[in-house]
Design a protein around this ligand. Structure first.
Ligand code: GLA
Length: 409
């Protein structure tokens, strides 16, 4: 009897928590939907482009490194082809002062002065935090300080926030008692809370959600104000990591569009772990995916090959196409994949990827990418006019490499 009563009250409490959370979430989401749309109407109309410190510098990043990245973004010509955001990732945080205001640590002596410097170069500054009490690298997070932190970011002149789940996970686990729906609701409410805090600052701050694709953020990211959401775990500077992430994005295209993008993580181009062909695959695949293009290398020590991959205007134009339609896989035959992204003026970007160990010819049947008859072709890496193509196009694609063409009438 006691056990039965215990079970009954547990179920009542449990179910009512779930219903409450569901109702709260729906109400909050509905209320914020128009605001979210208002925010995204002006931000990230095309996928964000810039640089992020994490992939190369990890926890050693300093104010001087960020300034050097801003300088190099200008001198390398990256700014002129669209790269805009200079994003500080984890490990800038210090302790809170007596009033609870977040402070920087000694590697970032004056964040406002740093933002002024970045802005003086015609660039924007991004920052990082977590909805939990701590970040992934165990620095201070924004839990219970959301508005205070958003106000501080606005005061400093921040233009972009990456909000990384990490430190909230133990709280989600404890409060949900293992119920995934409750855990998911806690997470969405936390993302929504920071979204409202950012809106309250009246400063346009691009909002990038990072929860590693754990709970299908493409289904709800836009409703909590996200301009982008990570769809996967962390990328590594290896072909297997990059290709596994990139090629697994098939099927997500319908969730992206102007103001709200799927984010398969930052670029590794130039970090040294892949060949030039593999880095071209990385850049091409991210462009076909309309992914954020956030370089992750040391911009101040970039070689010519790295620079030429990052500043390829023809490939960037695919990523940044005005229509904002994410591309998708057309076919996969063994290790040979064909992906297509529809572009403005009825043009199409088509990429032929060779995931195999040897160079091989790959053929696109034009009808498979929705083209009947003949079409004009242009090779986006060779920068070569291919003339008129009829029915099909065949190119030899290097091992782990790509041939990418623009097809237009
Ligand atoms: C997580 C994120 C990374 C990076 C680190 C920083 O792993 O996915 O992109 O921000 O945290 O600690």
């Amino acid at each position: 009897m006691t056990m039965q009563l215990g079970l009954k009250s547990y179920l009542e409490e449990h179910v009512s928590i779930q219903l409450f959370n569901r109702a709260c979430c729906l109400a909050v989401l509905a209320l914020s939907c128009s605001l979210a749309v208002a925010q995204s109407a002006t931000l990230a109309q095309t996928p964000p482009m810039g640089w992020n410190a994490w992939n190369h510098f990890k926890g050693s990043i300093t104010d001087a490194d960020v300034r050097a990245a801003a300088d190099a973004m200008v001198s390398s010509g990256m700014r002129d082809v669209g790269y805009t955001y200079i994003n500080i990732d984890d490990t800038w945080e210090g302790v809170r002062d007596a009033q609870g205001n977040i402070q920087t640590n000694s590697r970032f002596p004056d964040m406002k002065a740093l933002a002024d410097y970045v802005h003086s170069k015609g660039l924007k500054l991004g920052i990082y935090s977590s909805p939990g009490p701590g970040t992934c690298a165990h620095f201070e997070g924004s839990y219970n300080h959301e508005q205070q932190d958003a106000d501080t970011y606005a005061k400093w002149g921040i233009d972009y926030l990456k909000y990384d789940l990490c430190g909230l996970r133990p709280i989600m686990k404890e409060q949900s008692k293992g119920d995934q729906l409750v855990a998911s609701t806690i997470m969405k409410q936390a993302y929504e809370k920071m979204h409202q805090a950012l809106l309250n600052t009246h400063r346009p701050i691009l909002y990038s959600l990072c929860e590693y694709g754990w709970d299908s953020p493409w289904l709800w990211g836009q409703q909590v104000g996200g301009n982008a959401w990570r769809t996967t775990g962390d990328i590594g500077d290896r072909y297997d990591s990059m290709s596994l992430i990139g090629f697994s994005q098939a099927g997500l295209a319908k969730y992206a569009g102007p103001g709200h993008w799927n984010d398969p993580d930052m670029l590794e181009i130039g970090n040294g772990g892949m060949t030039p062909d593999e880095y071209q695959t990385h850049m091409s695949l991210w462009a076909i995916l309309a992914a954020p293009l956030l370089a992750g290398n040391d911009l101040s020590k970039m070689d010519d090959v790295t620079r030429s991959i990052l500043v390829n205007k023809d490939v960037i134009a695919v990523d940044q196409d005005r229509l904002g339609i994410q591309g998708d896989r057309v076919s996969a035959v063994g290790p040979y994949e064909i992906w297509m992204k529809p572009l403005d003026h009825k043009a199409k970007a088509v990429a032929l990827f060779n995931r195999g160990p040897l160079a091989e010819p790959i053929t696109i049947q034009l009808k498979d990418v929705g083209i009947s008859g003949s079409v004009h072709g242009y090779d986006l890496w060779a920068h070569k006019d291919l003339g008129i193509l009829k029915d099909s196009y065949t190119a030899t694609v290097p091992r782990h490499g790509v041939v990418m063409v623009r097809l237009s009438r």
